[in-house]
Design a binder for this molecule. Structure first.
Ligand code: ADP
Ligand code: ADP
Length: 232
C-alpha cells in the first residue's frame, strides 16, 4: 500500500510574462513502512513538494494519491478532511504552546475535535513513551530541551494515526548528535507504526547510507547518469 504517490507532478507559478516551474514531472512514491528523504539546494522545490504531498497546494499537472486514493481533483473540504485523517506534519520548529505540558499539547489536538476521552489520553501517553518522553510528559516546553520539544512535535503529529508523515527540516535547530537521534527516531516510528515518511532535509549528515534519498535539482528529479563505457 502506498501512503503517497506523485505521478508526473508539475507546479508552476506566474513569473511576469512567463512561468516559473517549482516542480517539473516529479514522480515519487512512499510506501507504508518506508522512510524517504528529499534533499536539494535552496529553490529546488522541496517546500513545494511538501505542500503538494500535504494537499496544501494542488499541482498544475499530474496526479497525487494518498493511501491509493486519487486526490488530484478533491475539493478543498475533502482535502482538509484527508489531511486531518491521513497526514501528520512535523515542522522545523514544533510551535508548542508555552502554558501546556507535553501531554496537554497532544490532548489539545483531540480536544479541538471535541474528544476528551480517556482512551485518547492513553494514546497520547503511549506516543510520548514511544518518543522517549514518558518521564517528562507533565513538563512545559520551557522545562524541556530542544530535542525533547521536537519529540513532542513528532508525537503530536502522530495523534491522528496518520498514514503519511511529512517532515520539514526537523533537525536544523539541533546539534548533530540530537539531530541524529531525531532522524533515528523517525526511522523507528516509520517501521513500528507502518508510516510512509517523507523527510525534507539539508542536513545530509543525519542521513544514513541505507536511507532512500531523492535529490531535487531545479524542480526535477534528475535521471541517474549513465556510467561512461558501461553497457548492460
Ligand atoms: P525550496 O523549498 O527547495 O527552497 P521552493 O519549493 O520554495 O524550494 O521553491 C521552488 C521554486 O519555486 C523557486 O524558484 C521559488 O522561487 C518558486 N516558488 C515557490 N513558491 C512560489 C510562489 N508562491 N510564487 C512564485 N514562485 C514560487
Ligand atoms: P536532549 O539531549 O536535548 O534532551 P534528545 O533528543 O537527545 O534531547 O533526547 C530527548 C529525550 O529522549 C531524553 O530525555 C532521553 O531520555 C530520550 N531519548 C533519547 N534517545 C532515546 C532513544 N533512542 N529511545 C528512547 N528515548 C530516547
Amino acid at each position: 500500500m502506498c501512503a503517497l504517490e506523485l505521478d508526473d507532478v508539475s507546479v508552476r507559478f506566474r513569473d511576469g510574462e512567463g512561468w516559473t516551474y517549482a516542480l517539473r514531472d516529479v514522480s515519487l512514491t512512499v510506501s507504508a513502512g518506508e522512510f524517504r528523504a528529499v534533499t536539494g539546494p535552496s529553490g529546488s522545490g522541496k517546500s513545494t513538494l511538501l505542500a503538494v504531498a500535504g494537499l496544501l497546494l494542488t499541482p498544475t499537472y499530474g496526479t497525487v494519491r494518498i493511501g491509493g486514493k486519487d486526490v488530484s481533483e478533491a475539493s478543498a473540504t475533502a482535502r482538509t478532511d484527508l489531511r486531518r485523517a491521513d497526514i501528520g506534519f512535523v515542522f522545523q520548529q514544533p510551535h508548542l504552546l508555552g502554558s501546556l505540558t507535553a501531554l496537554e499539547q497532544l490532548q489539545l489536538v483531540a480536544r479541538l475535535d471535541g474528544d476528551r476521552s480517556a482512551a485518547t489520553t492513553e494514546h497520547a501517553k503511549e506516543l510520548l513513551d514511544q518518543v522517549g518522553l514518558g518521564h517528562v510528559m507533565h513538563k512545559r516546553p520551557s522545562a524541556l530541551s530542544g530535542g525533547q520539544r521536537q519529540r513532542v512535535g513528532i508525537a503530536r503529529a502522530l495523534m491522528g494515526d496518520p498514514k503519511l508523515l511529512l517532515v520539514d527540516e526537523p533537525t536544523s535547530a539541533l546539534d548533530l548528535e540530537r539531530g541524529l537521534a531525531i532522524v533515528d527516531l523517525l526511522r523507528t516510528l516509520t517501521t513500528e507504526r507502518r508510516l510512509g515518511t517523507l523527510l525534507v532535509t539539508h542536513d545530509l549528515a543525519t542521513l544514513a547510507e541505507r536511507d532512500e534519498v531523492v535529490r531535487l535539482v531545479d524542480g526535477r528529479i534528475p535521471e541517474p547518469q549513465p556510467v561512461p563505457g558501461w553497457s548492460p
